[in-house]
Design a protein around this ligand. Structure first.
Ligand code: B12
Length: 260
């Protein structure tokens, strides 16, 4: 796992740090990166193996932020995709998704990277950023950080489970700030998802029925549609399921598909 250079840009205003952190989280929210979980690095580092510990800036307890999203990311990202494809605001979602996937690459990862960079520019504080999709030298174990920081435990199907949105969340990045944990703009929710222990949902069985929406049949193999079915089998957060177009985009085969 690699943490990016600890750089920052001075803001002209002298707003207190929690206010700047809040402004930065507001930016993320406005682009659909709507899950911001503030946590204490010291508390996390006490529970993870030494090789997974987060940097501390020589502080006893620095502040960290886990960034993720629900399906709220889709409308702003679709606007961006439409611009990329020449600005046809009326183009059908299915067409945009198919054209974008055909072009290859990882436009969502690129767009998320830009949005997070913009948000961090608003914070006048050194930080270390680790993006979930950066695979060299190794990807940050975001699911483990989500669990160890009390945000979302790993479910039986090996997907992180949010108390409200269930498995329908994506994890994007972790940032450590050279600031004390109590500079967090607000307390993160202490709700946790229900345990899978007593659940009888068929997420791990072959009983799940692969979805058959037209765009999914057109773009995804039956194996990939079964991955979706397993996620849909979770009883938690069913109202937060991604749309068919979003599913087609996330689950499309791009070699090592990891955007969802
Ligand atoms: C590499 C990777 C993959 C690889 C896994 C290869 C492997 N097993 O080595 C591939 C490309 C196959 C993959 C597939 C999928 N992935 Co993936 N993947 C990642 C990634 C980028 C890194 C994981 C990692 O190596 N962590 C470091 C190691 C040290 O930590 P670890 O805890 O041991 O990690 C293991 C698990 O995370 C596991 N894993 C990764 N993804 C998935 C998904 C499922 C369902 C399962 C069972 C396990 C699993 O593989 C890792 C190595 O063994 C993470 C993002 C991140 N940075 O965490 C997303 C991530 C874990 N993947 C995710 C998803 C959704 C998927 C897919 C369901 C959809 C998709 N994108 O196509 C599929 C499902 C595959 C299935 N069989 O059901 C989400 C999970 C969200 C959540 N709610 O938990 C993440 C967090 C990405 C994101 N943007 O949110 N993934």
């Amino acid at each position: 796992m690699a943490f990016g250079p600890m750089k920052h840009k001075k803001m002209k205003t002298e707003a207190p740090l929690p206010a700047k952190l809040e402004a930065s989280a507001d930016h993320l929210l406005s682009v659909g990166l709507d899950l911001c979980h503030w946590f204490s690095v010291a508390a996390l580092n006490r529970t993870v193996p030494p090789d997974l510990r987060l940097p501390t800036f020589d502080r006893s307890d620095p502040l960290a932020l886990l960034i993720g999203n629900t399906r709220a990311v889709w409308p702003p990202f679709m606007r961006h995709l439409r611009e990329q494809l020449g600005g046809d605001a009326g183009a059908a979602e299915a067409t945009v998704v198919q054209e974008m996937v055909a072009l290859g690459g990882h436009p969502l990862d690129e767009w998320v990277t830009q949005q997070i960079a913009d948000a961090l520019l608003m914070v006048d504080c050194p930080h270390a950023l680790s993006l979930g999709h950066v695979m060299q030298p190794s990807p940050p174990p975001l699911q483990r950080y989500a669990e160890a920081s009390g945000f979302a435990p790993l479910g039986r199907g090996k997907l992180s489970l949010h108390p409200l949105h269930g498995p329908w969340i994506s994890l994007r990045a972790v940032v450590v700030f050279d600031a004390p944990a109590d500079a967090a703009p607000h307390q993160s929710s202490s709700k946790v998802a229900p345990s899978c222990a007593a659940c009888t949902a068929p997420c791990l069985t072959t009983e799940v029925h692969a979805p058959t929406a037209e765009i999914l049949l057109k773009m995804l193999s039956s194996e990939r549609r079964r991955w979706i079915a397993a996620r849909q089998a979770c009883p938690v957060g069913q109202g937060s399921c991604f749309s068919d177009a979003q599913l087609a985009f996330h689950y499309a085969d791009r070699g090592l598909s990891k955007e969802a």
